[in-house]
Design a protein. Sequence first.
Length: 79
Amino acid sequence: MKKFLVLALLVVSSFANENYINMKNCESIKLSRYTTLVSCHNVDYLIEYKYQDDEEKDNIKKITAITVKDQKIIKSIGK
């Protein structure tokens, strides 16, 4: 039973390590003060920010996922 538990932990840690390494390959480019492009795993995310006086409020205006064939709005404030 202990061998199975150790083997399971090793397998889970190897998958977690592989995903962590893949996340390091993402790039972030600040296009302007209120726009950032994040490129990760053949998907680009265009993040548009809005000016917000209150630091605790959400300042993301719109997030758009862009692939080779499609683009999809993930979040929008609707204005």
